[in-house]
Design a protein around this ligand. Structure first.
Ligand SMILES: Nc1ncnc2c1ncn2[C@@H]1O[C@H](COP(=O)(O)OP(=O)(O)O)[C@@H](O)[C@H]1O
Ligand SMILES: [Mg+2]
Length: 241
């Protein structure tokens, strides 16, 4: 088991934001977290990343309770690249902090850029790349550290419809190839059904798990299939829409 969240409550200034959150992720699972705005999705990701501590309950990564969680890759909303660094330098950033040699860094960065199909874009600055490409760089920056768990907070929210569909397709390809364990926050139900093996549906504040919907359809999926629509409607009904 990569992640275990056990009976986690989170309060801010005495106000409960998350209540009794319990779920786990097995190695290689691709999960989505969805729910209404303000339901505590970002808070839950930050708790898992160890950026904040739960008011009560436990979060274990790879069987360990430690607060420092170096094996987690966190992709922030919109990707958040350093604008003054090239694509390759952005990807290398985390490796530098770990004291990896220049030669090995070059190799690992190249490998990560290849993985996200950005071969040849090493020297481009973020402003010279499209939104979709910037998101790929952000993903490469996380992949290069080979994390046990990848957390992404509404990563594709700002992309236009076509770019979003394309990058979803690429995410599935990447997941089929490398089988990383991923947890993505999205309020796009179509995206959740397209990507994941499990959708964790949160209620409005205080966020509680309404249901964990497991999806066994083969990847890559076809959005117009009947089974796809049935799952989409089920999740929508859980959200009361
Ligand atoms: N650091 C904080 N201090 C106080 N309140 C916070 C803090 N972070 C989040 N909240 C509150 O917790 C609730 C859930 O926020 P958030 O996790 O961002 O929800 P979501 O990502 O689902 O939209 C919101 O009401 C927000 O105002
Ligand atoms: Mg959020």
């Amino acid at each position: 088991m990569v992640l275990m969240v056990e009976n986690v409550d989170k309060e801010f200034n005495g106000e409960c934001v998350l209540k009794g959150i319990t779920f786990s992720l097995e190695e290689g699972e691709f999960a989505c977290l969805t729910g209404p705005s303000g339901g505590g999705k970002t808070t839950l990701l930050r708790l898992i990343a160890g950026l904040i501590a739960p008011t009560s309950g436990h979060i274990c990564l790879d069987g360990s309770l430690s607060r420092a969680k170096p094996d987690i890759g966190y992709v922030f909303q919109e990707g958040a690249l350093f604008p003054w660094l090239t694509a390759a330098q952005n990807v290398a950033f985390g490796l530098k902090l770990r004291g990896i040699s220049a030669e090995e860094t070059r190799y690992l960065v190249q490998e990560a850029l290849d993985m996200v199909e950005l071969t040849g874009f090493d020297e481009y600055y973020p402003k010279e790349l499209s939104g979709g490409m910037r998101m790929r760089v952000a993903l490469a920056r996380v992949l290069v550290c080979k994390p046990k768990l990848i957390l992404m907070d509404e990563p594709f929210g700002s992309l236009d419809f076509r770019t979003r569909n394309k990058i979803q397709k690429d995410m599935v390809k990447l997941w089929l190839r490398l089988k990383p364990t991923i947890l993505i926050v999205t309020h796009n139900i179509d995206e959740a059904v397209y990507l994941s093996n499990k959708i964790i549906v949160l209620s409005s504040r205080p966020g509680q798990i309404v249901e964990q919907v497991s999806i066994t359809m083969d990847q890559p999926r076809i959005r117009t299939e009947k089974s796809f629509n049935l799952i989409r409607e089920h999740v929508l009904s859980l959200l009361g829409e």
